[in-house]
Ligand binder design. Sequence first.
Ligand code: GAL
Length: 883
Amino acid sequence: MRLSPPFQWRLLVVVVMALTVRMVNGGEYFKAYNVSYDHRALKIDGQRRILISAGIHYPRATPQMWPHLIAKSKEGGADVIQTYVFWSGHEPARGQYNFEGRYDLVKFVQLVGASGLYLHLRIGPYVCAEWNFGGFPVWLRDIPGIVFRTDNEPFKAEMRRFVKKIVDVMREASLFSWQGGPIIMLQIENEYGDVESSYGQKGKDYVKWAAKMAVGLEAGVPWVMCKQTDAPEYIIDACNGYYCDGFKPNSNNKPVLWTENWDGWYTTWGGRLPHRPVEDLAFAVARFYQRGGSFQNYYMFFGGTNFGRTSGGPNYVTSYDYDAPIDEYGLISQPKWGHLKDLHAAIKLCEPALVAAESAQYIKLGSMQEAHVYRNNGSICSAFLANIDEHKASTVQFHGQSYTLPPWSVSILPDCINTIFNTAKVGAQTSIKGVDIKAMASAKSATNELYMIQKEKPLVSESWMTLKEPIGVWGADNFTVQGILEHLNVTKDRSDYLWYITRVYVSEGDIAYWKENVVSPTLTIDSMRDIVRIFINGQLIGSSKGDWVKVVQQVHFKQGYNDLMLLSQTVGLQNYGAFIEKDGAGFKGQITLTGFKNGDVNLTHSPWTYQVGLKGEFLKLYATDDNGSSGWTNLAKDEVPSIFSWYKTYFDSPFGKDPVILDMSSMGKGQAWVNGHHIGRYWTLVAPKNGCQETCDYRGSYNSDKCTTNCGKPTQTWYHVPRSWLQPSDNLLVLFEETGGDPFEISVKTVSVGTVCGHMSEDSYPPVHMWSSSYINGRLPASQMKPVMELQCEDGFTIASIEFASYGTPQGSCQAFSTGNCHAPTSSSILSKACKGRNSCNVEVSNSIFGDPCPRTVKTLAVKARCEPSSASTLWYTGLSEV
Ligand code: GAL
């Protein structure tokens, strides 16, 4: 049989993967090596290393995505992958371990090793991480006498058992460095220093115990504790934050490690979307290595998705994109990824000098300018020149030469002479992701969004079925007790939902009293989280949301007995703070009715009936083996949106291999499943109208409110459906909708990079990767090197057309370039010739290519190119693989 070229390729990929797997099963990725450290750096087999680490949380992606994510991290310059370990996923019920699927930690670590990268495993087991309950399994609350994260025997026993389990699993799979595996470092606890004082002396004792317990497991690699100033001598205390230059560990024998560099931030339902500008991020990283740092991890390099009910709280969204260099779907985000790649390459060229020197030579260059010079006794010398002035550029003298430093920037000079990189000068391309490449072509008018809005809507389906969720009690397992029970004590977090139902008697006198006084009674709940929906006699009369907020709701009753039904809902359990096991959920304090004729009615101690969860959840309406006989009816197109409804349909997968999303902007709040996989909670809660910035100024200290977008729009409307969860056709989509929405408007789309742009001046630095050691050692004249614009579409895509090109004084940015007074007329044809039909292309930015359209003016080249799938790749159906 003759295979068409793409299939030949796929066969090759399969063969290579099979070989890799064999190697993986053999256990050894590296020759066994040992890891130690001194005051300057981690040491691999005695050799100090300057390391760059990329944070990826394995359950926030699928195993099919892992190889690609690891490869893109490596290509972006990472030496190390860092992950937490997610206890709640690995031990869903006490003593029942799960290391399958997205929780196949061994496979993840093996893949990291097979790609030649190291791994930093942060076991915690408290991880925070915007993960449900900070990573703790919810059953842990029920261990008698337990108090989390303190000197408490029941807690310590459980914690030790789990940490030991993980160390044992890693050891059995030969994944530690001394076994030839990738694990070079571990972590115990997480930012305990933030909460330690809440636990008094017991907190201090717990730190000592945790450290000793961890080291006692004899894993054979160093352990860190982050944000732990009282970490014992044998544990490295590390820094977390937006900036960690100037951080000093608590002993002179420990290296300076930065376990979490927050390169973006997480998002709350109804919140704006945070973005951290890459110029500031690169500045923070360069400053860190400049001032003696030796290990830095991006939290996150890939953020991913909080599938199922794994997102933490209060109220974190399903997407954990984090504005990371690799986006939620696994696509690289430009210019973030590319600029960091250049930065990493520049830092790596300095590594020999950085590790040779015991410390830097400090040179003050100005009031807000400084140099740190690293050299050994011989000829190696590397320097970092910083301008920490937030406003002004500065020209400084260094070693007899002058250097101009943009505001809030660092220049990197691997040879102490040539600047090969400045953190504020972005040479990397910008890319604009679009949905559905076919629709993209017609969507000529770019919006100000990162993503382009498409014109036509590929609806997920024309035919839907529906089923009503009962309001109130639905199952035999309901029970009635006196008083208000704490939500989690009842649900054990098996569901977000818990019904609280009681009866209220209203007399004729009450009704008359309300009429006379033109008042209605009021329900007051002292304190509530995260959502309550209030029903009377089956009718929804109001909802509230918040984090331990008071609820005051006017109610209407009929005469006689009334059913008051409160649906308490969690939207991600608390993941940060002291005593999270005591925080709980649902209601606190009193529940009262005021305004009755004979005075207030206190319901706090009344009999309440409890029903955990939804009927549909417990019937598993979302499962693929549901036989369809359970009462589904056809949904008419003009049917009014209804609350508390289940919807289902079948849809075909989009062709190609681009990531798939569901656009749920027509819906309210609920949860969605595809082929039985829980893709997460959805909610079209809208971000505040104000507080977003028109333009984002990278200069000055970043905080998560600084460069936000998406004001006045729903926080999240796109929901990632991993390709490996799809089959070519008849994919079952099931939704539970709480507040009403239009499923007919739900669409399925693919996301891809539709446009790439470059913007570069003729006095930019040449690409970092062109600086070979021959230039740096002065054997070749660096002046021969010119800036080069590099453009690249995603794999499988080619540049179909050049939509804009101007060498001269073009204006604007990728969304809307325009030519200025000076413009080389050959710009477009030169770019077309160099780029059209190719996946990537390079064009030198100089007069020698374009001619000089305006002498004595510094010229820039601006280019906007459209990427389209190469013809071969459109034929691929890769529904079963992301790689
Ligand atoms: C840190 C914490 C991480 C994560 C981060 C915010 O304080 O250690 O787990 O929660 O904040 O994204």
